[in-house]
Design a protein around this ligand. Structure first.
Ligand code: GUN
Length: 282
């Protein structure tokens, strides 16, 4: 019988802990979220992030910009947030509108305020095995969830499906740091079924609704579903949950698995950046 990896429960525990730590502070950690454009999913994510930040006793501000905002508009806001000593963490919600150069925008964030760990300074340090100011939230949340259930990565064959900067690349780095043998798959990968059937842990961030059917899953596998796909049948993951659950040893649900962990790690990163900045001033 599979064990459900309950990201909702663990995220609540982490957020309660942060709330307790924050309650005794006079100055609170402060997160700034910049949302450019009208992507409906992004609007929901951002609202959730802010709601949880406020619940934890953090301060948070939202900078909404129109779909036709220019790179210069966005950069101006980032420069102001970089300079504002009351702001501890800056999050640029992705995706940005198509006409915006994402690299230019993310690289403008001061690394010590880069709550997603997306700047080349922080990402580079992560890749090199040095400590970054912040580790990307979703990958960090996945590792935390595996740790919580004592699922070791050491010597394990891990398949990561998807090579995005947000999930696939950083989670592969974190798994290797824990001595896993990692295979990265993408949409060009041949014989994915053979590869997945030879894997012990499967992390899917492909963004393709329910494509991981029972034929892809070996008995006893740990399955981590990062997919959040909005379909006519509602929110679905990359995994055919009902179809594969009896083959797995552990599996994350959608919703209630990786999603809430991302938000918990965002708040944890905000808190850690706040602490770091405080230590720098003293
Ligand atoms: N869009 C989807 N996931 C993320 C994330 O982790 N961080 C940011 N900034 N945008 C996202």
């Amino acid at each position: 019988m599979a064990i459900i990896l309950d990201g909702k429960k663990l995220s609540e525990k982490i957020i309660e802990n942060l709330k307790e730590k924050t309650s005794v502070l006079i100055k609170k950690p402060k997160l700034a979220v910049l949302l450019a454009g009208n992507n409906p999913a992004s609007q929901i994510y951002v609202r959730n992030k802010q709601k949880k930040a406020e619940y934890a006793g953090f301060e948070s501000i939202l900078i909404p910009l129109p779909e036709n905002a220019t790179e210069e508009n966005i950069l101006e806001h980032i420069y102001i947030l970089n300079e504002d000593s009351s702001i501890n963490a800056i999050l640029i919600q992705l995706p940005l509108p198509n006409h915006i150069n994402k690299q230019k925008i993310l690289e403008a964030i001061e690394p010590i305020k880069d709550v997603d760990g997306f700047t080349s300074y922080n990402f580079g340090r992560l890749a090199l095995g040095y400590k970054p100011y912040a580790v990307p939230c979703t990958p960090k949340g996945i590792i935390r969830l595996l740790d919580e259930y004592n699922i070791s990565l050491e010597g394990k064959k891990v398949l990561v499906i998807g090579r995005s900067n947000i999930v696939g690349k950083p989670v592969s780095i974190l798994c290797q740091k824990k001595n896993a043998t990692v295979i990265m798959a993408n949409s060009y990968t041949k014989n994915l079924k053979d590869i997945s059937n030879n894997s012990e842990i499967i992390i899917s961030a492909a963004g393709s609704s329910k494509f991981l059917t029972p034929e892809y899953i070996p008995h006893g596998a740990v399955v981590i579903d990062v997919g959040i796909n909005r379909t006519d049948c509602g929110l679905t993951g990359d995994v055919d949950f009902a179809g594969v659950i009896n083959k797995t040893s552990y599996i994350t649900p959608v919703p209630g698995g990786v999603g809430p962990m991302t938000i918990a790690m965002l708040l944890e990163n905000t808190f850690e950046l706040f602490q770091l900045q405080k230590d720098l001033i003293i």
